[in-house]
Design a protein around this ligand. Sequence first.
Ligand code: SF4
Length: 202
Amino acid sequence: MTLEELNQSLRDCQACRLASGRTQVVFGTGNPHASIMFVGEAPGLNEDKQGVPFVGAAGKVLSKLLESVGLSRDEIYIANVVKCRPPDNRNPQTDEIETCKPFLLQQIQIIKPKLVCSLGNFAMQTLLGKKIGITKVRGQVFQLPEFILFPLLHPAAALHQGNLMAPLREDFQKLKKILDEMTNEPEHSSPVQDKPVQMDLF
Ligand code: SF4
């Protein structure tokens, strides 16, 4: 299946209760062959209206952080753990995440990124399969069977709690180092210098 076929197959998805309140499914955006993917939590008001992830205030923060490490949105892929907006921007519930998670994993399997940057608790916990707080694992590198996971704070959290902006910026600088190592690495070798954590995902 191609990414576009998966996108089309979800246009009218009714698999969880979030279908009833959405304007549209927010599938994802960016380069379908990206080696770096960012995964957020869920669409908000603006994303639901426009059908594109990270277009609101948090999206602007993300764009600036990407620019700070020389990345543009065109070269990465961005998606969310759940593809439909939770009512009143509440957190996605466990059963909603479990229902939508296979679509995220399918996106990852099709795109085949080398590096996935999760944004916030929900994306990190979904991909790592562990109920750990993001502040405990942010900025660490996890070698999963299919890709490297690099958990980051959510830009929206940094917007609302100013003290989180500095650690988020700091982690983007670590990301820059990982990207530089990925660029310079010989084919098939690990770009990670830190001791990776081996975990099963798929
Ligand atoms: S959130 Fe995911 S599983 Fe639920 S309706 Fe939307 S696309 Fe389907």
